[in-house]
Ligand binder design. Sequence first.
Ligand SMILES: NC(=O)c1ccc[n+]([C@@H]2O[C@H](COP(=O)([O-])OP(=O)(O)OC[C@H]3O[C@@H](n4cnc5c(N)ncnc54)[C@H](O)[C@@H]3O)[C@@H](O)[C@H]2O)c1
Length: 247
Amino acid sequence: MRTALVTGGGAGMGEATSLRLARDGLAVGVLDIDGAAADGVARRIVAAGGKAFAVKADISDRAQVETAVTAVRSNLGPVTVLVNNAGIDRFAAFAEIDDEEWDQVINVNLKGAYIVTQTVLPDMLAAGWGRIVNFSSFGAQTGAQHMVHYTAAKGGIIAMTRSLAIELGPKGITVNSIAPGFILTPMARRAIEGNKFPVPHEQITASFPIPRIGKPEEVAAAVAFFASEEAGYITAQTLGVNGGATV
Ligand SMILES: NC(=O)c1ccc[n+]([C@@H]2O[C@H](COP(=O)([O-])OP(=O)(O)OC[C@H]3O[C@@H](n4cnc5c(N)ncnc54)[C@H](O)[C@@H]3O)[C@@H](O)[C@H]2O)c1
């Protein structure tokens, strides 16, 4: 049984991904800064007959990540599938972004993936096999209003994915990213309720070739594919799961 670690596994797309990978037969380390949310998802996996272990950690804090990964390893075995899903959004006009908010967005959305990947990597190198799936955003591909810091971090994820794929391909490890479109998760709900978009969200999704908001499970299916044995010749790619939003 392979072991996956899903960051931000307590809610939204991380939750859907944790449940999906468990259904596919993987043991799942559910990591989240919200320990209760991670616990809830791990419990649901175990109740459904799967294997899971919850850990609380902030992905931007190396010491917390090291402790969490050690706990996942000792409970579920070496981690050979990593889903760098955890992220935060922030909305501000460029001139209004301060250094604190800039650092927070970059530290969680970009540095966090660097820290978690570096911590987990020895397991994949030892196995000579691994799958890393990083979460970018369609905002990195199209630009997004009042999200300069967020899209800069998510663009960094795409570049990091490509460069890491070059290093790790010869070692049996693939590195890909998912660029979700507009997906109905707690993050998206907060943005909708906070009127963060320039036009009503129904107007945004109506312009997509598939004119609706996406479901977390639809993104989880793409992650599951990248994580699978069959995807072994696919690396350095960014897959948009976005209803065609970038067309
Ligand atoms: N929802 C969308 O429309 C959308 C679109 C494009 C990209 N994304 C990206 O997809 C990923 C998942 O988004 P979502 O909508 O499911 O988000 P969400 O806010 O609904 O869930 C994110 C989870 O990550 C956890 N988390 C946040 N910061 C963390 C940290 N520092 N350490 C550990 N865990 C942390 C949260 O507690 C939460 O459980 C994010 O990287 C997000 O930027 C989302």
